[in-house]
Design a protein around this ligand. Structure first.
Ligand code: GTR
Length: 339
């Protein structure tokens, strides 16, 4: 496999070194007797389910270790984009990071699996698959890149939204400039529908929509709402093309310094924050949807989901190339959606 930008330790920008320095300063300021709270990053605001779930994990850790283990999250993208903060996490400037799988796609092929278009048949199917050995194997694949995969969180289904028109068929996508996360897989998905793909960090999307640099993007209801993208891009079309999860990772450098007992505590608390997150997530999706419908967002179902699936299918062949990937994809497809 090609060495990744992150795992080979190359390409770390001066800006990231500065951020890491600031992060380390913040860490020592936390001042625990035995060291410090784990410092974590999240692009979402403090009230978002991913941030709340890591807060719940922190609460469990404090409770079980008498406050010896703790997590402090810097929310709202304060420490930088997902791609930049992941790089910092790999070399140990940050202890933990909650990101989507998209920015990991370029470093580890196994992470592209859950981001394949129309792979999961429902949110339930995604939850079942990732709760099984399949999920463990994908998390484990991160270890060779300097990251410990602790757990997956929900991210619901992603839908296209834009400033121009409702999307009913793949032909309606033609010529639209669509923002995607920094992932070749996402670029290929959007191109397969005949649109232009513009990768950028989510923090730049609102301004880019206002300025007309892009016509639209794709995301779940809660991100469409919390980033205020709906104020500008008022057409939200329910393509549900991807149900890729979020992931919580820890820096392997920090992990290796923990005792096996503390590692077990961290894993356990992370896993136990998952059902908590799912409850918050379901509520948040409902709340975001109701709020945006009331705000006048123009929502539409797509005419023929199979047409979108067929147009995006070549992406599978391009990104599913190893035997391990094929085996996992097959296991997911064979899995029933519910017990
Ligand atoms: C959100 C996800 C973020 C980020 C964002 C994006 O759904 O929660 O972690 O990946 O999408 O599109 O950049």
């Amino acid at each position: 496999m090609k060495p990744s930008r992150m795992s080979d330790g190359g390409g770390i920008s001066r800006r990231n070194v500065l951020i890491a320095g600031a992060a380390a300063g913040a860490l020592s300021a936390c001042g625990r007797a035995d060291g410090r709270a784990f410092l974590s990053s999240d692009t979402h605001p403090a009230d978002y389910p991913t941030v709340q779930a890591v807060d719940e994990m922190a609460r469990l850790l404090r409770e079980r270790t008498n406050g010896r283990l703790d997590v402090k999250t810097y929310a709202g993208g304060q420490l930088g984009s997902e791609r930049d903060t992941l790089e910092i996490t790999v070399f140990g400037g940050l202890d933990m990071n909650r990101v989507n799988l998209a920015p990991l796609n370029s470093i580890e092929p196994m992470t592209t699996i859950p981001a394949l278009p129309f792979l999961f048949r429902s949110n339930n199917h995604m939850r079942r698959a990732l709760d099984s050995a399949v999920g463990d194997e994908i998390l484990e694949s991160l270890t060779r890149h300097g990251l410990i995969g602790l757990c997956f969180y929900d991210s619901g289904d992603r839908n296209f939204y834009n400033t121009k028109r409702p999307i009913y068929t793949p032909a309606d996508m033609k010529g639209l400039k669509i923002r995607v996360p920094n992932s070749d897989l996402y670029i290929a998905m959007v191109k397969a529908l005949g649109a232009d793909a513009t990768p950028m960090s989510i923090s730049e999307v609102y301004q880019s929509l206002v300025q007309g640099v892009i016509d639209g993007a794709e995301n779940n209801w809660p991100s469409y709402e919390s980033g205020r993208h709906f104020e500008v891009a008022t057409y939200y079309s329910l393509t549900q093309h991807v149900i890729a999860p979020e992931v919580l990772v820890m820096s392997r450098r920090r992990w290796d310094k923990l005792t096996p007992e503390d590692q077990a505590e961290v894993r356990k608390a992370a896993r136990e924050s998952v059902p908590f997150m799912r409850t918050l997530w379901d509520r948040r999706v409902d709340a975001a949807r109701s709020k945006l419908l009331a705000a006048g967002v123009k929502v539409n179902e797509i005419t023929d989901p199979a047409a979108f699936a067929a147009a995006m299918r070549p992406v599978w062949d391009r990104y599913i190339v190893t035997d391990d990937q094929r085996r996992i994809v097959q296991q997911i497809e064979d899995m029933a959606e519910a017990e």
